[in-house]
Design a protein around this ligand. Structure first.
Ligand code: PLP
Length: 395
């Protein structure tokens, strides 16, 4: 649970500021024109150039915008990368990664996968002749066994969805390097406050900024960050050519959200752990899937790799039918019945009928997305209020 970068450095060392300091200062340097401590939002779509055929730093806002650049600087710093890109949504960010591939290429993805990523890979990427195999990312041997000569990308989630499985990123990146394959990780549930996949040898880290990075359910966004500059150039080329960039207002909202990311995620994770423990002893609850519980299959790995908490998503299974489970999800008062996650207000949903409805029915059954499953996104309300709300809903 330590954050090694929080250790104060001597005056002589250049400031490797801690995560929470960088979240506030990197990309938010004082505006030289006015001294404003919050940089202005640049809405311009185009920029006057010094001469014909001579280009200034910015020329057109799809290619670059000062507000987006500032956000990307913050993101690159928080992810321990050298470059980052901000997209119109998380899906646009994942799509950009898949566009590194072409006809005949093969992707290995985790079977505990966000519903929208499942749909993108199976119903859109297949149209360009890209094949997908889903495997249990918590089993590195299964990942290696799924590699074919056509495999170009391994795609995992730092904390899977909805079963909250935890892959061993070091093992997966080592396998991928041996085979010359890119690795990409969706760190939406993990957040850079808890884990930074680039530090574990992963090539590309992705976020739905709609969730914890923004943190207030008021904007959509997606991000990619990398450590390798030529990979950054390839991704930037695709983003600029296809155009799914994040608008300046949303860039501002994500930048503002990042300033409190670590505080929110640590606090929400602490409440989530209390809720998971409480659910575990509830007679109507069959199982609780939470990386912070010793009963979680990758609890030891989670303890080693997640810093400062185990995340604020809690999945549990009721001993109940699909209808009874739906009724519980409909009976909470504080937990809003809604997809999405990662914001200050708590949400509840039923994966089988909501977040994972875009899975084929057989894949839902195969990957443990059962009728009695409920997924919680634990917000910043008090534990007692959230517990009482669940108590009255579960009965
Ligand atoms: C929400 C989400 C996405 C997609 O992001 P959007 O911003 O909704 O496009 C991808 N992965 C995970 C884990 C998510 O929760």
């Amino acid at each position: 649970m330590s954050d090694e970068t929080d250790v104060p450095q001597g005056d002589a060392a250049p400031p490797p500021y801690s995560f929470r300091t960088r979240a506030i200062h990197v990309g938010n340097e004082i505006d030289p024109l006015t001294g404003a401590v919050v940089p202005p939002i640049h809405l311009a779509s185009t920029y006057r150039q010094p001469g014909a055929g001579e280009w200034g730093e910015f020329d057109y806002s799809r290619s670059g915008n000062p507000t987006r650049t500032r956000l990307q600087q913050t993101l690159a710093s928080l992810e321990s990368g050298t470059g980052a890109l901000a997209f119109a949504s998380g899906m646009a960010a994942i799509h950009c990664v898949t566009m590194l591939l072409g006809k005949g290429d093969h992707i290995i993805a985790g079977c505990d996968l966000y519903g929208g990523a499942y749909r993108l890979l199976h119903k859109i990427c297949n149209r360009s002749g890209i094949e997908v195999t889903l495997v249990d990312m918590a089993d590195p041997a299964a990942v290696e066994a799924a590699i074919t000569p056509a495999t170009r990308l391994i795609w995992a989630e730092t904390i899977g969805n909805p079963r909250l499985s935890i892959p061993d990123l070091r093992a997966i990146s080592a396998i991928a390097r041996r085979h010359g394959i890119w690795t990409g990780v969706d760190n939406t549930f993990g957040t850079p406050a808890l884990i930074r996949p680039l530090e574990h040898g992963i090539d590309i880290v992705m976020h739905s900024a709609t969730k914890y990075l923004g943190g207030h359910s008021d904007c959509l966004g997606g991000t990619l960050a990398v450590a390798d500059e030529s990979l950054f150039d390839s991704l930037y080329y695709i983003q600029n050519a296809t155009g799914a960039v994040l608008d300046p207002m949303s860039c501002f909202l994500v930048s503002r959200g990042l300033k409190t990311l670590q505080l929110r995620v640590r606090e929400q994770s602490a409440t989530a752990l209390e809720i998971a423990r409480w659910l575990q002893q509830h007679p109507r609850v069959r199982t609780v899937l939470y990386p912070g519980l010793p009963s979680h299959p990758q609890h030891e790995l989670a303890k080693q790799t997640l810093q400062g908490g185990f995340g604020a998503m809690v999945t549990f299974e009721l001993d109940a039918s699909i209808e009874e489970t739906a009724r519980v999800c409909e009976s909470t008062k504080l937990f809003h019945l809604a997809v999405s996650l990662g914001a200050v207000e708590s949400l509840i949903e039923q994966p089988a009928t909501m977040s994972h409805a875009s899975y084929d029915a057989e894949d839902r059954a195969r990957f443990g997305i059962t009728d009695g499953l409920i997924r919680l996104s634990v917000g910043l309300e008090s534990f007692e209020d959230l517990r009482n709300d669940l108590q009255q809903a579960i009965g």
